[in-house]
Ligand binder design. Structure first.
Ligand SMILES: [Zn+2]
Ligand SMILES: [Zn+2]
Length: 444
């Protein structure tokens, strides 16, 4: 225990030296490798951007990733994990912890409107209609960044004090109807089984200032559930509502009651949550009271401890309000992802590394959590995790003046990729230095 503690201090001191501007030759070599890989990272990113693929269909992208990993001589490579995922293990020359690095590979059914030479012209079938496909969430950049980090780490494998698990994940944005996929399915297929990581890191591009990083302790992104409510009443004439049960009127009361429930029953600070009904369907004409209404909605929460309670209250509210007017509400949930939880001690430990990687050392730590969701949450629920955002606006464009993720105008500047590679490589090396193998610590 004491020995381990002392070793940690020594390792911290060593990193401290680097931070104060006296890089060791090993670090100079790493920095040189990172700079050297940048043009290739840009080329991969442009190629993947031009050829986007939807969730569970990332066949070409996975092929590009696999070919690259094979060229690096990884110790093991698994393909077709959760349909199209690629997972590789790099065992370093010295013992140490297992660091997992994750990138997502899928695009979105969005028609690109950005004026760049490598803009996507891909079209495909989605839910029975032809749509454009675009990397409108920057997953092309995430994939290229992790390919670059893999190359740098593989070229220094003899110096690595630990093992790296590279996870190229399909279907972060969702799966085609009737299919499973994403982070949850990768875990079900044993991606964390052997070797079991000690930590997992992931990043996401964001319309923030060029090269800025943002990280947050605890809830980084919201947990998300899909909500379905089917209200059943009894059809009758529009002029004689008393002869039936009006499902539309019951639905209106349920929607209002749900909003009141969130505002009056969930703590605004301890259990911030959102319930939104985004789709409602029922009835055929004005003078027929319908006996059925279907509602679809989304539920977001930031406190993992309140998740069960929130769902229980939604079900209770919908069922009892329906019952009070003689109707019936059938409530069902489908969880997309739990809260993305950043372990506070891990964020503290890695903050100096992020500051070193960020352009001009700019790391934002006091931003609010994002109400968007990310299935990285499943990985970070298994082992301590840290998920952070990379500002990828054109240089000089401030936060708030660039198109958001999922917009047909969403744009990731190539210049920001280098910051991403620096962050992933240095998080791996610094985590290994700060958390040495137990045997090493014992030998002190
Ligand atoms: Zn997205
Ligand atoms: Zn995304």
């Amino acid at each position: 225990m004491t020995g381990k503690f002392l070793f940690g201090l020594v390792a911290s001191a060593a990193i401290g030296i680097v931070l104060t501007g006296t890089p060791t030759s090993a670090n100079e070599n790493i920095e040189a490798s990172i700079s050297a890989v940048e043009p290739r990272v840009i080329a991969w990113r442009e190629d993947i951007h031009e050829h986007p693929e939807l969730g569970n269909r990332e066949v070409r992208t996975a092929g590009v990733v696999e070919a690259h990993l094979r060229s690096l001589g990884m110790d093991t490579i698994r393909t077709q994990v959760a349909h199209t995922g690629v997972v590789a293990v790099l065992i370093g020359g010295k013992p140490g912890p297992v660091v997992a690095l994750r990138a997502d590979m899928d695009g979105l059914p969005v028609t690109e409107q950005v004026d760049i030479p490598f803009a996507s012209k891909v079209r495909t079938q989605y839910k029975g209609a032809e749509v454009g496909v675009m990397h409108a969430c920057g997953h092309d950049a995430h994939t290229a960044i992790l390919m670059g980090a893999a190359e740098v780490l593989a070229s220094h494998r003899e110096d690595l004090a630990g093992t790296v698990l590279f996870i190229f994940q399909p279907a972060e944005e969702g799966v085609p109807a009737g299919e499973n996929g994403g982070a949850k399915m990768m875990l079900e297929e044993g991606v964390f089984a052997d070797p079991r990581p000690d930590v997992v890191f992931g990043l996401h591009t964001s319309p923030m200032e060029h090269g800025t990083l943002r990280v947050r302790k605890q809830a980084a992104m919201a947990g998300s559930d899909r909500l379905k409510i089917v209200v059943t009443g009894e059809q009758t004439h529009g002029a004689m509502p008393e002869l039936g049960v009006d499902a539309i009127s019951a639905s209106a009361q349920i929607i209002t009651a749900l909003q009141t429930m969130v505002a009056r029953q969930m703590g605004a600070a301890s259990a911030p949550s959102v319930v939104s009904i985004g789709k409602i369907e029922g009835g055929v004409r004005g003078n027929i009271i319908t006996g059925r209404v279907d509602m679809l909605g989304t539920i977001r929460h930031l406190n993992p401890d309140m998740h069960e309670d929130l769902l229980r209250r939604i079900r209770h509210t919908a069922e009892t309000v329906a019952e009070s007017v003689g109707a019936k509400a059938e409530v069902s949930f489908r969880t997309y992802a739990p809260v993305v939880f950043n372990q506070p001690t891990l964020v503290d430990q890695m903050l100096p590394t992020l500051r070193r990687a960020a352009l001009d050392g700019k790391v934002i730590t006091d931003g609010p959590p994002a109400m968007g969701a990310e299935d990285f949450a499943y990985f970070a629920r298994e082992v301590p995790g840290m998920y952070f955002h990379l500002g990828a606006n054109k240089p000089g464009v401030p936060f708030g003046e660039a198109a958001p993720n999922h917009s047909p105008f969403y744009y990731v500047d190539n210049g920001a990729l280098l910051t991403g590679v620096k962050a992933m490589v240095n998080l791996t090396l610094d985590y290994m230095a700060l958390n040495p193998a137990a045997d090493d610590a014992g030998a002190e």
